[in-house]
Design a protein around this ligand. Sequence first.
Ligand code: CTP
Ligand code: ZN
Length: 153
Amino acid sequence: MKKEPKQLSVSAIQNGTVIDHIPAKHLFKVIQILGLDKIDQQITFGTNLDSKKLGKKAIIKISEKFFADDDINRIALVAPDAKLNIIRDYEVVEKKVVEVPDTITGIARCMNPKCITNFEHVMTRFKVVSKKNVALKCHYCEKITDQENLQII
Ligand code: CTP
Ligand code: ZN
């Protein structure tokens, strides 16, 4: 039987960054966190692509853009399985995974309904007390928001 050639749903890029394995439901959150709506480089993306691991995944390709690790790690809460591929001259020259950072600003909501961040215009701030099963300690009220109660803003 003839084997289907591997087809790309989103065209290859010459130079830049490919962020693969983003949960489809968080694609626009990733775009927002990385500020991709404000950059001039060419961006292509695909979403609701089939993934064995994630069910539906999204992929973003950003030409001529290379991120600092600290910037890219901000997506870890919404795309913990994201894989970064650094492309130079059409070749994948490096692969990276995202890592949950030590502190998180914004992105998540504090689960304490009485927390100041939930009724005043104050951006949330957390210390990450556990990375594997994410647990975030609020800078303001010191309550822990765990994975189960994690809500993305
Ligand atoms: N890619 C791209 N442009 C290139 C080379 C690769 O957009 N010039 C993309 C591919 O479409 C793929 C990702 O970069 O989504 C990684 O490429 P590659 O390592 O060749 O693919 P896989 O082996 O499928 O990667 P993995 O299994 O590690 O996700
Ligand atoms: Zn709080």
